[in-house]
Design a protein around this ligand. Structure first.
Ligand code: ADP
Ligand code: MG
Length: 252
């Protein structure tokens, strides 16, 4: 399988924003808790956006709204030009806590989204193995989560995320529970992997250095109420090989 075949199967087009938020607001408790206030932004195809801000500023809330797991209280949010009304096949989210099934091997965990969607074919199995190779876990495909380190488990979770074929990846502090060394290593790997598959990525972190290191642009949120205060272009954009850039014939 080539890198092109591992690319997401979504409907990205080079000029439309992949995600468009207009005044997205979320309150809880009959309006008493403002978790997110008036978020306005566009995300372009293939961009890597870091979303940074202190604990409780609404980062997870924003991601869950983009994922369609949570409805907004006001404003509008669209993905690929369509209003988000619930979970979508082209958006996949990954959380900080490991969510692998303990009784399944790594590859069986990666194949889970395919199983949920329908019957698993040999092609799906090959893709799962290729994704485990991409995340550096080919030799551990038949290991159980308990036999893997925390970092390796999150690599499996990343392979599973890519197995969905979603072209929008929402990563909510995916390596936040890992030690600093492992986290930095995985961040570099993540940059390489999303660059190779050409996914559009929203990456949440409370670490500003990490945010700047990874991203094309950084969205900065203020503590309270959850406000998107600033959008910063990272001057030293990640190097990407030109043939891996997202193009309008992305799906061919
Ligand atoms: P972050 O991910 O930046 O740490 P969150 O999005 O989790 O922040 O939370 C933003 C704010 O919304 C916090 O004050 C949090 O307590 C509140 N909040 C989040 N989810 C709920 C909920 N289901 N019910 C009530 N309050 C919530
Ligand atoms: Mg959070």
């Amino acid at each position: 399988m080539t890198v092109a075949e591992l690319r997401p199967t979504g409907t990205a087009s080079a000029d439309l924003p992949v995600i468009a938020a207009r005044g997205v607001t979320k309150t809880f408790g009959d309006g008493r808790v403002v978790a997110l206030e008036g978020a306005d932004f566009d995300v372009r195809p293939g961009e890597f956006i870091s979303l940074v801000g202190p604990s409780g500023c609404g980062k997870s809330t924003l991601l869950r709204i983009v994922a369609g797991l949570l409805g907004s209280s006001a404003g509008s949010l669209s993905v690929h030009g369509e209003k988000v009304t619930g979970p979508r096949h082209d958006v996949a989210m990954m959380f900080q806590k490991p969510t692998l099934l303990a009784w399944r091997t790594a590859i069986e965990n990666v194949l889970l989204p395919t199983e949920i969607a329908g019957r698993v074919t040999d092609k799906d199995r090959r893709r799962a193995m290729d994704l485990l190779e991409l995340t550096g876990l080919k030799d551990f495909a038949f290991s159980f989560p308990s036999q893997l380190s925390g970092g390796m488990q999150q690599r499996v979770a990343l392979a599973r995320l890519l197995q969905t074929g979603a072209d929008i990846l929402l990563l909510d502090e995916p390596f936040g529970a890992l030690d600093e060394f492992t986290r930095e290593h995985l961040n570099v790997e993540l940059m390489r992997i999303v660059g190779e598959v050409g996914a559009t990525t929203l990456f949440v972190t409370h670490n500003i250095g990490e945010a700047i290191f990874l991203a094309d642009r950084v969205f900065v949120m203020t503590p309270r109420p959850g406000r998107l205060a600033k959008i910063v272009d990272v001057p030293f954009a990640r190097p990407r090989s030109p043939e891996l850039q997202l193009t309008p014939d992305f799906n061919q």
